[in-house]
Ligand binder design. Structure first.
Ligand code: ADP
Ligand code: ADP
Length: 232
């Protein structure tokens, strides 16, 4: 579902250059929950942002669902990106729009007809357990509820792949657990493929089937989580 080959991304300034992602290969199968674990600065978020081409890699290829994104630009890339949802550590909600408005916004961008939007928003809020809060504003929600809105918005265009950028790092342990349970539930019910980055081993242990450890832009270890744990 996700195929990355020979991916490199270097940030250059006058003083120095940083190999943020240094020759990474990664294959994530359909329906897998794959975790990339590493400390701050390891290159995790650069890697994730290359998967949906928020960053354009210097070299290497990224294919999602059989479509080589690195070969696309413009409108065709924008359309391909509808197949990839993303959730963020700090939720990235629009504070001036209601819960329903935040989710509807993602549908507007995909060009869904007005009449369909309302029903789809209701369906998405039901999916994440927020049916009662459609008219609330983000400031009126708990962190866990905000992330549920983020998840509903990420799934608006029915993506096959969800990218998670430290989605539970701003949440307390109990809320973290409820969000991880929701992600696992969506993985199973929708067959959603999930690629997540985290600095927390507990997250990887809790929901990932496979994982890689990233350091200085490289994967230093990777495999099935059960095998990685046995090696420690
Ligand atoms: P992580 O997500 O694991 O914390 P990042 O991908 O954010 O790692 O960063 C990897 C390296 O690339 C770090 O050394 C960071 O300072 C550098 N870096 C990330 N983004 C930029 C940028 N936009 N400009 C310059 N350097 C960057
Ligand atoms: P905002 O003012 O935050 O933009 P709106 O009330 O204008 O929010 O709603 C934006 C969109 O969200 C509407 O077009 C509608 O499709 C959807 N929407 C609004 N309220 C609900 C609701 N209670 N249930 C389902 N969808 C809703």
């Amino acid at each position: 579902m996700i195929e990355i080959r020979g991916l490199r991304k270097t940030y250059r300034s006058r003083k120095q250059s940083v190999n943020a992602v240094d020759n990474v290969d990664l294959t994530v199968g359909e329906g897998e929950v794959y975790g990339v674990l590493g400390q701050s600065g390891a290159g995790k978020s650069t890697l994730l942002r290359c998967v949906n081409m928020l960053e354009r890699p210097d070299t290497g290829t990224v294919a999602v669902d059989g479509v080589e994104l690195t070969a696309l630009g413009g409108k065709r890339l924008r359309i391909a990106r509808h197949g990839i949802g993303m959730i963020h550590q700090h939720f990235a909600l629009l504070s001036s729009r209601t819960v329903a408005g935040n989710v509807a916004f993602a549908l507007e961008v995909t060009g869904a007809p007005r009449a369909e939007r309302r029903a789809r928003v209701a369906e998405l809020l039901e999916l994440v357990g927020l049916s009662g809060r459609a008219d609330a504003y983000p400031s009126q929600l708990s962190g866990g509820q905000k992330q549920r809105v983020g998840i509903a918005r990420a799934l608006a265009a029915r993506p096959k792949v969800l990218l998670s950028d430290e989605a539970t790092s701003a949440l307390d342990p109990e809320t973290t657990d409820s969000i991880l349970r929701l992600l696992l539930d969506l993985n199973r019910r929708l067959g959603l493929t999930i690629l997540l980055i985290t600095h927390e081993m507990t997250v990887v242990k809790r929901i990932c089937t496979s994982a890689a450890v990233m350091r200085d832009g490289k994967f230093v270890e990777s495999g099935r989580v059960a095998d990685l744990l046995r090696r420690d």
